[in-house]
Design a protein around this ligand. Structure first.
Ligand SMILES: [Zn+2]
Ligand SMILES: [Zn+2]
Length: 384
C-alpha cells in the first residue's frame, strides 16, 4: 500500500490520509489478538494428605501454538556443569523424565535465546508443552511468536508464578499442570502511534471542511448580491415599462362590460363601468390596480407570460422568469381567495367583502428572492 499523497480532489486526499493513518494499526504486532490460558497447578507435597492446588491467571498462548488443552507433569532442565539451567538455551540442556511419566511440560525462563529455540529444544526432548515464565517481575506475559515449532503447546506466565513452581521442583516436589484455552482477546485497535495519525487526519479533514464551507458562503454571498442587483435593475425597468403601457377607463357599452368578456385573470372579477384597466402589448386586459404590482415584480403578463420589457424594447437581457414557480403558486392562492370572496357575496352579506392581492405598494420588489412564502404579499382587508 502506498501512502504517498497525490494532488486531487479534497475527498480523495482525506480518504488517503485516513487509510494511511489506519495502516500502522495493522502493522503493529503487539496489537494482535491472543488467547488466554487457564492453568491449574496441583502440588503433591510428601507427607501431606491432600494436594495443594492453585490457579495461574494471566497465562497467554503463544501466537504459533495450537490452542488446545494439555495435561502433564512439570519438569525444569537439569543443572548444566553444576550450574542451574533455567533458560533452556544451551544445546546441552537436558531434562530428567521419570520412567512412569507419559506426558510432561517443560518450565523455562524467558531470555538469552528466542522463544522458538526454547520451544524447539523442549519439543526435541518430547515435551507436550512448554511454559515460559517472564524474566521481569513487573511485566505481563506477552504473545510469543515462534513459527515452525509444530504441535507443541507454548504458554507464557508471569515471573512470580514461574518461580513459585520452580521452587517446588527444586525441592523435588511433584507438580502437575493442566492448561486449557481461555478467551480470545480481540486486537487492540488503537496504539499510540495510530492515535496520533488519526488525530492528524481529523485535523486535516477539519481544515478541508472549513475551507470548503468558507468558499461555499463566499460564493453564496456573491450570488445573492448579484441577484439583488439584477432585481433592482428589473424593478426600475418594470416601472419604466408600466409607465409606457396604455390605460383606459371602462365606459358604458365597452366590450369589457360584456358578460362574455374574460374576467380579470388576477382577481377573477368582471369589469364594471369606471374601472381603470391596463392593456398589455399582448392585448390582455387586467385591472390596473391588479396588474401593476404584479408587473413591477415579475414584468410578465400573468396570462401568457409575455415579457413586457422585451415587448417594449426595454433592457431585453433581463431575466423575468426566475420566479415562475412561485408566481403560479401565488396566482392559485389568489384565485382561491377570490372564490371564497365570491361565495361570501353569494351568501347575501354584501356589507362584507374580501379584498385580495393588494401589495403594500411602496416596495413591491422581494428582497430575499427565495421560494418561501412572503408575509404581507396578500392582504385580506375585511371592510364593513
Ligand atoms: Zn382584477
Ligand atoms: Zn398576455
Amino acid at each position: 500500500m502506498s501512502c504517498a499523497g497525490r494532488a486531487g480532489p479534497a475527498r480523495l486526499a482525506a480518504l488517503a490520509l485516513l487509510t494511511c493513518s489506519l495502516w500502522p494499526v495493522r502493522a503493529d504486532n503487539a496489537s494482535q489478538e491472543y488467547y488466554t490460558a487457564l492453568i491449574n497447578v496441583t502440588v503433591q507435597e510428601p507427607g501431606r494428605g491432600t494436594p495443594l492446588t492453585f490457579r495461574i491467571d494471566r497465562g497467554r498462548y503463544g501466537l504459533d501454538s495450537p490452542k488446545a488443552e494439555v495435561r502433564g507433569q512439570v519438569l525444569a532442565p537439569l543443572p548444566l556443569h553444576g550450574v542451574a539451567d533455567h533458560l533452556g538455551c544451551d544445546p546441552q540442556t537436558r531434562f530428567f523424565v521419570p520412567p512412569n511419566i507419559k506426558q510432561w511440560i517443560a518450565l523455562l525462563q524467558r531470555g538469552n535465546c528466542t522463544f522458538k529455540e526454547k520451544i524447539s529444544r523442549a519439543a526435541f526432548h518430547n515435551a507436550v508443552a512448554v511454559v515460559i515464565y517472564n524474566n521481569k517481575s513487573k511485566e505481563e506475559p506477552v504473545t510469543m511468536t515462534h513459527p515452525g515449532t509444530g504441535d507443541i503447546i507454548a504458554v507464557m506466565i508471569t515471573e512470580l508464578r514461574g518461580k513459585d513452581i520452580l521452587s517446588y521442583l527444586e525441592k523435588n516436589i511433584s507438580v502437575q499442570m493442566t492448561i486449557a484455552v481461555g478467551t480470545r482477546m480481540p486486537p487492540k485497535n488503537f496504539s499510540r502511534g495510530s492515535l496520533v495519525f488519526v488525530s492528524i487526519s481529523f485535523i486535516v479533514l477539519m481544515i478541508i471542511s472549513s475551507a470548503w464551507l468558507i468558499f461555499y458562503f463566499i460564493q453564496k454571498i456573491r450570488y445573492t448580491n448579484a441577484r439583488d442587483r439584477n432585481q433592482r435593475r428589473l424593478g426600475d425597468a418594470a416601472k419604466k415599462a408600466i409607465s409606457k403601457l396604455t390605460t383606459r377607463t371602462v365606459k358604458k357599452g365597452d366590450k369589457e362590460t360584456d358578460p362574455d368578456f374574460d374576467h380579470c385573470a388576477v382577481c377573477i372579477e368582471s369589469y364594471k363601468q369606471n374601472d381603470v384597466v391596463r392593456i398589455l402589448p399582448c392585448k390582455h386586459v387586467f385591472h390596473k390596480s391588479c396588474v401593476d404590482p404584479w408587473l413591477s415584480e415579475h414584468c410578465t403578463c400573468p396570462m401568457c407570460k409575455l415579457n413586457i420589457l422585451k415587448a417594449l424594447g426595454i433592457v431585453p437581457n433581463l431575466p423575468c422568469t426566475d420566479n415562475v414557480a412561485f408566481d403560479m403558486e401565488r396566482l392559485t392562492r389568489t384565485q382561491a381567495v377570490n372564490r371564497r370572496s365570491a361565495l361570501g357575496d353569494l351568501a347575501g352579506d354584501n356589507s362584507l367583502s374580501l379584498e385580495p392581492l393588494r401589495t403594500s405598494g411602496i416596495s413591491p420588489l422581494p428582497q430575499d428572492g427565495e421560494l418561501t412564502p412572503r408575509t404581507g404579499e396578500i392582504n385580506i382587508a375585511v371592510t364593513r
